[in-house]
Design a binder for this molecule. Sequence first.
Ligand code: GLU
Length: 312
Amino acid sequence: MRAAEKIIGRFAPTPTKFLHAGNIFCALISYLAAKSKGGKFLIRIEDLDKARCPDVSAKETLAALEFLGIVSDEEPIYQSRRTEAYERALDILSKRASLYPCFCTRAQLHAAEAPRLSDGVVVYDGACRNLSREEIARRTLERKPCLRVCVPDRTVNFRDGILGGYSQNLASSCGDFIVRRSDGVFAYQLAVVVDDGECGVTQVVRGSDLLSSTPRQIWLQRLLGYARPEYYHIPLMCDADGRKLGKSEGDDARRLFDRFTPNEILGGLAFAAGLLPELRTASLDELVRTFDFDKIRRDKIFLPEQFSYDLQ
Ligand code: GLU
């Protein structure tokens, strides 16, 4: 990135349900990281899978963030409305890399101790890479395939602003990955690259569970002609027992909004992150003024005790 270039950061929630405290934490750090450098902050609703992302969750997500003062500098983008952009990207991709239909079932992929990446994706063994035309035609009658992109035997290296150097060989540690699912929904990996690229995002702050996705995204960025943003993968928030918070685990931050003021929530999260030396209330403006990536804890970040979901 050139020194004079304005930072453009973003927060990209998947609104399956209401946010948990870790999601709010991530939104806060993304916001502070952009605003503390005089940059722009964007919110993107990652509702590619409409069946899993009801409109009401996106609305509640935006309202909750707004309650804290975390608002997008531009109208939020909804991935569910960007099909044409992803189709165009897929078209370009098909000219610069090879794409192929894959008929493997979930059960087949998850069978036999298949290695997995930190984002839960199974490393694909290329079983459908060389199917003949006849075989593809025959199998298409039986089930709809997903579309995979063939990855080269190449190692992608990058320096994460929090976690340091990271390398991944695409062929051996990741395998050919999905760019469009069998139900026609575009894959996260493709959509995130297109949207970050087209919005000129220069700084990606997100949970460390997505670290292993980044080499795939960097490779796609190169193929599609987008600039590479800087990456900051922050620790995931855990409860007092060290369990990572998760929407599917029933963690729901709604009660925080009923019981605490914005500055109590902001102060609690900033203290948990290491951004404040003591537990107290804090305004968003104060946190913007004092933000420093170096202060963020590198190990585990615990949900502040007063925000614990168990408390009645
Ligand atoms: N939508 C993803 C999530 O909610 C985040 C994607 C990203 O920040 O790249 O986990």
